[in-house]
Design a protein around this ligand. Structure first.
Ligand code: GTP
Ligand code: MG
Length: 254
């Protein structure tokens, strides 16, 4: 059996099939081959809520931008990437997680983030704000170059521990998202679908989008089966995302 499965009361683990090729090991011991658990525990019972709050209460600094797979930073830390269609709210979510308004640049116009932007979180990990895919208010060849960069990075970075794939809760999964999910499944990179802009929906609509999206990813090998609703405006889901990241780090750092 492969894919996400419950290993204990609260933890989910990603089991890789024996036939899947092992990933390049990193010189410093980092590897994404042992994709660690993500949490779906309710906030009140989740022991990683407080470590998550502390993790993101510390320093958060931009340290690198890459416009090509050839100029990525050295693989020093665990990397956690935020991917999704243009304008879905990737940069806003990084700002909400880090409690800063202007760390990552945001815009009403699709196509704001044009490179892979790396942010150091307390010297323990890097968050990566990615360009959007799907559409943008810029030239087609630029979008093609970003799409290539996104696929290259997501499919070939050994220090990449997890990808949060952001989906606008008002629109749900689109065909272009499926292309990214296909790449992640193929590369055996664990990922979780995060619904954004939940503040724009009525409660019933949000529940429906969560259920529909969970159904759509149920058979995907590397997808964590729980969909996380968020709002960078209201703060919904932010403590839970921080907790999931803190849990990943605690698994990695032992
Ligand atoms: N209502 C609402 N709007 C949001 C939320 N998050 C982001 N937005 C808005 O959505 C727009 C796009 O946000 P960004 O964070 O720049 O989106 P992005 O995915 O980084 O976009 P690109 O870099 O262009 O791919 C901005 O106008 C944000 O204010 C949210 O949680 N709720
Ligand atoms: Mg952006």
């Amino acid at each position: 059996m492969d894919g996400w499965t419950r290993s204990g009361q609260d933890a989910w683990v990603f089991l890789k099939p024996a036939s899947r090729p092992s990933r390049r090991a990193l010189a410093d011991g980092l590897s994404r081959a042992d994709n660690p658990p993500m949490t779906d525990t309710p906030a009140d019972d989740n022991p990683f809520i407080e470590p998550g709050r502390k993790l993101f209460a510390g320093p958060a600094d931009f340290f690198w931008a890459a416009d090509s797979i050839k100029n990525l930073p050295p693989m020093k830390h665990v990397e956690i990437a935020f991917a999704g269609r243009s304008n879905v709210g990737k940069s806003s979510l990084i700002n909400a997680l880090t409690g800063r308004n202007t760390l990552a640049r945001t815009s009403h116009t699709p196509g704001r983030t044009q490179q892979l932007n790396f942010f150091d979180i307390g010297g323990r990990m890097a968050l990566i704000d990615m360009p959007g895919y799907g559409y943008a208010a810029v030239a087609k060849d630029k979008v093609q170059a970003w799409t290539q960069l996104i696929h290259d990075y997501l499919g070939g970075r050994a220090s990449l521990a997890r990808v949060y794939v952001l989906v606008d809760a008002r629109h749900g999964l689109k065909p272009v998202d499926d292309g990214i999910l296909d790449s992640l499944d193929k590369a055996a990179v664990s990922y979780q679908v995060v619904l954004t802009k939940a503040d724009e929906l009525k409660p019933g609509e949000l529940e429906k989008c969560i259920a529909d999206t969970a159904g759509r990813i149920a058979k995907r090998a590397a997808a964590f089966p729980v969909i996380q609703p968020t709002s960078s405006r209201s703060g919904l889901g932010i403590p839970e995302l921080r907790a999931g990241i803190a849990q990943l780090l605690s698994e990695r750092e032992g």
